[in-house]
Design a protein around this ligand. Structure first.
Ligand code: KIV
Ligand code: ZN
Length: 551
C-alpha cells in the first residue's frame, strides 16, 4: 500500500496534488474583500447526501423555506436522478408554486444521458433553473475509475454539455442556466481543468448576456488555502470566455480551512461560493456559509443574508440533520459569546459600559455584538474557577440586581472561588445567588420577629430573638431605619442602604443591602429579604449586626 508514510520517507515522491503553481505575479494576496460573492446553498443536495438519514420531503420543505427567509437566491435543492424523494421534492416545489420569483433552484446531475434526461424532467415548468453537470477530471479518476485518456475525459464532458443544451432548447418556457463542475478540480492538472472548462463553455456559448457557471470544487481539500487561491486566480486569468462565466467555488473542509479557502478564492477572482449552513456536507463538510457570511459582516460588509435569529436557524438545521451544533461553532455555538476567564470578563464589562448604541462595535473579546445574531447579554459572562470578581459582579447584577459595594468584591469572590474549586463546575446564576445569600443573610444570634411602626415610621416597636429568647425594644428617629438602629442600641453606624425588588410581579420579594460600620470603623454588609420592603431593610441591618458578631 502506498501511504503518506512513503511520502515522508522519500520527499521527492510528492503527491501531485500538492504541486506549486507558477503564478509569480499573483494578485490575490494584496487584494481586500470589498463585496460579497453570490451565495449558493447546497444544504439540500451536498448537505443532504451526507446525512445518516437524508431529509424527507417535509423536512426539505421546512429547510427550503428557511433558506429563502435567510435571503439565499440560489438553492441547490436536489440530486433528482439519485433519489425519488429528491425528484418528488423538486416537483412539489414547482407544482406548488413555492419558489419565489427572485429565487433560482438548482439541480445536480452526473454526465450520463439517462440521468440528465431525468434531471430535466424534475425541473420542467420552473421559471428559471440551474442545471449542474459534473464529471471528475483528476488523474486518479481518469486512470483508475474511468480508464479514460485526457481527450476522452474532456469529450465526455462536452458530449453531455451538448445534450443539456439540446434538451433545454426543446423547453424554452424555462430560463435555463448551465453549470459545469470539474469534480476533483483541486487535484487536476490546471491546464487540463482549463481545457475541459473552455470546451464546455464553447458548447454552451458562454457570453456576457448569457452567462454560464463554472464551479471549481475542492472536492477533497488537499492543500492549503493559498494554493486554492492560486488555482482560482490562474483559472480566472486563463478561462477563454471569462466574461461569459460566473466563476464559482465549492470548498470542502478536509483540512479545516474551507472558510479561509473560500475567502482567498474570492480575492482571487471567484464570483460565487457554494456551501452549507454550519458546514454540513460530505465528510468534514462543505464550507460554512454562516461563518463566511458573518466574517464579512464583522468587517462591516453586509452579507445580504439574515442571521439575526441564529438560534432559530440552528434549531431547524439540527432537526433536519440530526447533528448537534458544536458549542464553540463560530457565531452560533452556545459558548461563543461566553467568557469564563476573569480578565476577559473584566474587559468585556468595561467595554459594555462605554459602548454607545450608534458607535462602531468595540467590546473586547467579542468580534460582533451578540445581539446582532439574536443573543442576549446575560449569557456572555459565566463563572468557573478561572473567573474573577468582574464576572461574578456582572451576573449578580444582571440576574438579581445586586450591587455590592466595590470594597466587598475581593472577599466575596474568595468565597465563590472556594466553591468553584471544590466543585470544579461552572457556577450558574442561581448558584451564585445561593452563595451570596448564605454569605450576607444571617438571622442568628439576633432575629427580627416582629416590628410595628407608628407616627409615620418615626417610632418603632420590635420583638427580637436574642440567643433564643424574645426581647422587646423600641426606638425613635427620622424614619423607621433610624428608629430601628436606636431600638437595637448597638455600637454600630449605618453607612449605606439600598433596596430593590427581586421580580416584577406583585408576589416579588424586596431585597435590601446595608453597610454598617462597626466600633473600629470597619464596614460590614448585610442582606435581608421580605415581602415587605420596610421589613427587608430591618432584616438587612440584623444580618449585618450578626456578621459583626460572628467576626
Ligand atoms: O464536492 C464536489 O466536487 C461536488 C461536485 C458535485 C460539485 O459536490
Ligand atoms: Zn461537494
Amino acid at each position: 500500500m502506498t501511504s503518506i508514510k512513503n511520502m515522508l520517507k522519500d520527499p521527492s515522491k510528492k503527491y501531485p496534488r500538492t504541486q506549486a503553481i507558477n503564478l509569480p505575479d499573483r494578485q490575490w494576496p494584496s487584494r481586500e474583500l470589498t463585496h460579497v460573492p453570490i451565495w449558493m446553498s447546497t444544504d439540500l443536495r451536498d448537505g443532504n447526501q451526507a446525512l445518516f438519514e437524508p431529509m424527507s420531503v417535509a423536512r426539505k420543505f421546512e429547510f427550503f423555506k428557511m433558506l429563502v427567509q435567510i435571503g439565499l437566491k440560489e438553492i441547490e435543492v436536489a440530486f433528482p436522478s439519485a433519489s425519488e424523494t429528491d425528484f418528488d421534492f423538486v416537483r412539489s416545489l414547482i407544482e406548488g408554486k413555492h419558489i419565489p420569483d427572485d429565487v433560482t433552484i438548482e439541480v445536480l446531475t452526473q454526465a450520463r444521458e439517462h440521468l440528465i434526461r431525468r434531471t430535466f424532467e424534475s425541473v420542467y415548468g420552473a421559471k428559471r433553473a440551474i442545471v449542474h453537470l459534473y464529471s471528475a477530471t483528476s488523474p486518479v479518476w481518469r486512470e483508475t475509475v474511468f480508464r479514460m485518456s485526457r481527450d476522452e475525459t474532456r469529450d465526455m464532458a462536452v458530449k453531455h454539455a451538448q445534450l443539456m443544451k439540446d434538451i433545454a432548447a426543446e423547453h424554452p418556457e424555462t430560463e435555463w442556466v448551465f453549470q459545469y463542475s470539474p469534480e476533483t478540480f483541486t487535484a487536476t492538472e490546471l491546464d487540463f481543468a482549463l481545457e475541459v472548462c473552455d470546451a464546455v463553455a464553447d458548447v454552451w456559448e458562454a457570453r456576457p448576456d448569457k452567462k454560464i457557471i463554472i464551479n471549481l470544487p475542492a472536492t477533497v481539500e488537499v492543500s492549503s488555502p493559498n494554493r486554492y487561491a492560486d488555482q482560482i486566480e490562474w483559472m480566472h486569468r486563463h478561462l477563454k470566455r471569462r466574461d461569459g462565466i460566473i466563476l464559482s467555488v465549492h470548498p470542502h473542509n478536509d483540512r479545516g480551512t474551507a472558510v479561509a479557502a473560500a475567502e482567498l478564492a474570492v480575492l482571487a477572482g471567484a464570483d460565487r461560493v457554494e456551501g452549507c449552513l454550519f458546514g454540513n456536507g460530505e465528510r468534514t463538510g462543505n464550507v460554512d456559509l454562516v461563518t463566511l457570511a458573518m466574517n464579512f459582516y464583522s468587517q462591516g460588509i453586509h452579507p445580504g443574508l439574515d442571521f439575526s435569529d441564529i438560534d432559530k436557524i440552528s434549531a431547524v438545521v439540527e432537526r433536519a440533520t440530526s447533528i448537534p451544533l458544536h458549542p464553540r461553532h463560530p457565531y452560533a455555538g452556545n459558548l461563543v459569546f461566553t467568557a469564563f476567564s476573569g480578565s476577559h470578563q473584566d474587559a468585556i464589562r468595561k467595554g459594555f459600559a462605554v459602548q454607545k448604541d450608534d458607535a462602531v462595535w468595540a467590546v473586547p473579546y467579542l468580534p460582533i455584538d451578540p445581539a446582532d445574531v439574536g443573543r442576549s447579554y446575560e449569557a456572555i459572562i459565566r463563572v468557573n474557577s478561572q473567573s474573577g470578581k468582574g464576572g461574578i459582579a456582572h451576573i449578580l447584577e444582571t440576574a438579581y440586581g445586586v450591587k455590592l459595594p466595590a470594597s466587598e468584591w475581593p472577599s466575596f469572590s474568595k468565597v465563590v472561588q472556594v466553591v468553584a474549586d471544590e466543585t470544579g463546575q461552572e457556577l450558574t446564576a442561581p448558584k451564585l445567588w445561593e452563595i451570596f445569600c448564605a454569605s450576607y443573610e444571617k438571622s442568628a444570634p439576633l432575629t427580627l420577629l416582629k416590628q410595628v411602626q407608628s407616627n409615620e415610621g418615626r417610632q418603632i416597636r420590635v420583638t427580637l430573638e436574642k440567643n433564643g429568647k424574645p426581647e422587646e425594644a423600641q426606638g425613635e428617629g427620622n424614619g423607621p431605619i433610624e428608629a430601628f438602629m436606636k431600638a437595637l442600641n448597638l455600637p454600630v453606624k449605618l453607612r449605606h442602604f439600598e433596596e430593590r425588588s427581586l421580580g416584577d410581579d406583585e408576589q416579588a420579594e424586596a431585597m435590601a443591602i446595608v453597610t454598617l460600620e462597626d466600633e473600629k470603623g470597619v464596614p460590614v454588609i448585610g442582606m435581608g429579604r421580605d415581602r415587605n420592603s420596610g421589613t427587608a431593610a430591618l432584616k438587612a441591618i440584623v444580618s449585618a449586626c450578626n456578621r459583626i458578631h460572628a467576626a
